[in-house]
Design a protein around this ligand. Structure first.
Ligand SMILES: Nc1ncnc2c1ncn2[C@@H]1O[C@H](COP(=O)(O)OP(=O)(O)OP(=O)(O)O)[C@@H](O)[C@H]1O
Length: 567
């Protein structure tokens, strides 16, 4: 799909709008022709001026009505396109693997849905009509002039030709310059972002000079580049603007035109027509930069939308199967984020119902990745993951999430009431069930601290700390009541009281379920049925706390390091 094929959806209204705008531009030129005729007829009395007067009035009326009809149609096309695109994007976004969002960030989705769809609005509703007008007006004017007097037409088109030649010269080799311009701009932006993001560090450690060097250097590079570029092109660009400016055009047309009239090659009336038509014929060239930029922005918005629509979706099974029980098995699983480096290899693991499995290991070992794969945020690169004996790729998303729930580190709350946030786990839950889930998650007391309690809107009436958000997410999982639960233990930064509450909530949640926990502190998982030690994407040990501690190895060392730091 090419970016502009997006516009196929609205080909008919947009085509009609462009056709109407073309007629409007011709009518606009006709007005000048009528004016010239009017001036010519003035000495011949009232009867003679009526026809051009009526023609002028019709031209104005037609230009106004046609432009307004074209704009209405282009806006209708735009509204239809926006609706279709937003539906298609929502549909596509809904079918992307959940892991995609972690990698790409919600920022890209927001940019496309908000900014790029809006960028397309500009292209469809305005830019295409503007471009039509600036292309058709000179052509229509030239057509009228050629019909009236070819010599004057030639003179009138001269400033335009000179202008085009000068602009072409000033733009020669500009592709490389524009690339350099873009690179320099990006470097400045990166410098600003780095500086602003690091402002706390900069202020704390007083490294102001060094920290903003990247920004300062990028600005200096940009300044030098731009000065050199402007120096090379200013004279020629200014000459081009001058060539197509109304006074310059009039000087040329009147200067040569008067000589043509004197030499009886042209009539005074045709000279008047040329003097009226030549400036609007040349003027659009001065705006060439603006509309090229608008076209480029529109095309680039279309490219972003097309790219998002082309993102590979998570394959859905043709004939979804039903799992038999809720045993989860990872069989010789390998996974790569980038298709090159495998971050997991040969993972064999069984999560039996009612047991707790803890994943431990150094940072970057692949613990979170295993958790994400079990919840099918990504599909495995090799091997398979089964739930109740069925490959998770053969389950419908609905069935999968009826069986597997998850609570990840950055517990997401939506801008809705606290009760509805918890109810996301089970939309049909009664108030009493919501409250019971919140109690089990040790967050009920915090919720009722606010006078609006469960009706308080998150982010508007009430804000929660990270630990509280996580407990609300746990309440949601309690309510969803899935037999398998994947948890990314995120208590590392919680205060001791909050940590204790989260641990209580988790123990409550774990009762009777299959639990897979990404554990950062070993102390919380000493009672786990199975501790899996990962290192560099592979399982290096598996067993219970006591057994693992007994054998010298990574687990014993990790325990020593953590417990040593507690004593
Ligand atoms: N979205 C991603 N895109 C590319 N590589 C990733 C992505 N997420 C993780 N990785 C890489 O995969 C490997 C395993 O990461 P993972 O987050 O699973 O480790 P972890 O054991 O959970 O680490 P931590 O304890 O620090 O959270 C790391 O090398 C990491 O850099």
């Amino acid at each position: 799909m090419t970016p502009l094929s997006l516009l196929k959806e609205v080909r008919s209204p947009l085509g009609a709008a462009i056709a109407l705008q073309t007629l409007a531009a011709v009518a606009g030129v006709l007005l000048f022709v009528a004016l010239a005729d009017l001036a010519e007829q003035l000495p011949h009395g009232a009867a003679a001026i009526w026809p051009p007067l009526v023609l002028g009035a019709i031209a104005v009326l037609a230009a106004t009505l046609l432009t307004s009809a074209a704009t209405t149609l282009s806006h209708l096309a735009d509204t239809r396109l926006q609706l279709r695109l937003r539906q298609r994007l929502a549909d596509r976004i809904g079918r992307l693997p959940l892991g995609w969002f972690a990698t790409q960030g919600a920022g890209r989705v927001a940019k496309v849905v908000r900014d790029d769809v809006h960028g397309l609005h500009h292209l469809v509703a305005h830019t295409l009509l503007d471009v039509t007008a600036v292309v058709v007006t000179p052509l229509a004017a030239l057509g009228f002039l050629i019909a009236a007097d070819p010599w004057l037409a030639l003179v009138s088109v001269l400033p335009l030709v000179v202008g085009v030649a000068l602009f072409a010269r000033s733009l020669a080799g500009s592709a490389a310059q524009f690339t350099e311009y873009g690179t320099a701009q990006r470097e400045i932006n990166a410098g600003v972002v780095e500086f602003v993001n690091g402002i706390a560090v900069v202020k704390t450690y007083g490294g102001g000079q060094r920290a903003h060097r990247r920004f300062a250097d990028a600005t200096a590079v940009f300044h030098d580049f731009f000065r050199a570029w402007a120096g090379r092109t200013t004279t020629i660009t200014t000459s081009a603007f001058l060539a197509v400016s109304a006074p310059a055009v009039l000087v040329v047309v009147l200067g040569v035109g008067i000589w043509l009239v004197d030499s009886q090659i042209s009539s005074p009336a045709d000279l008047l027509t040329a003097a009226l038509l030549a400036p609007p014929m040349a003027a659009p060239l001065a705006a060439i930069g603006t509309w090229m930029q608008q076209l480029r922005a529109g095309v680039s918005a279309a490219e972003s939308v097309t790219a998002l629509l082309a993102e590979p979706e998570l394959p859905q099974p043709q004939a979804p199967r039903i799992p038999d029980g809720s045993v989860v098995r990872l069989e010789n699983v390998a996974f790569s984020y980038d298709g090159e480096t495998e971050v997991l290899r040969g993972i064999d693991l069984e999560l039996r119902p009612g047991t707790v499995t803890a994943l431990v290991g150094p940072s970057g070992a692949g613990k979170s990745t295993v958790a994400l794969l079990v919840a099918r945020f990504h599909d495995v690169t090799r091997g398979r993951i089964t739930l109740g004996g069925v490959d998770v790729r053969e389950l419908s998303t609905e069935t999968l999430f009826q069986h597997i729930g998850f609570v990840f580190q950055d517990a997401m709350l939506l801008r809705m009431s606290v009760a509805d946030n918890i109810r996301l786990g089970r939309p049909s839950a009664t108030d009493a069930q919501v409250h019971a889930a919140a109690r089990a998650a040790r967050v009920h007391d915090r919720i009722v601290e606010d006078p609006r309690g469960y009706d308080a809107i998150v982010g508007v009436d009430v804000d929660f700390s990270g630990g509280e958000r996580q407990r609300i997410a746990i309440a949601r999982a309690v309510l969803a009541d899935t037999p398998v639960l994947v948890l990314d233990e995120a208590t590392a930064f919680a205060d001791p009281e909050s940590e204790e509450l989260i641990q209580d909530a988790l123990s409550e949640l774990a009762r009777g379920r299959t639990l897979l926990v990404v554990a950062h502190r070993l102390r919380t998982i000493v009672d786990a049925d199975q501790i899996v030690v990962l290192s560099e994407g592979q399982i290096v040990h598996k067993g219970r706390h006591g057994d693992l501690l007994a054998e010298p190895g990574r687990y014993a060392r990790m325990w020593q390091a953590q417990e040593g730091s507690h004593t």
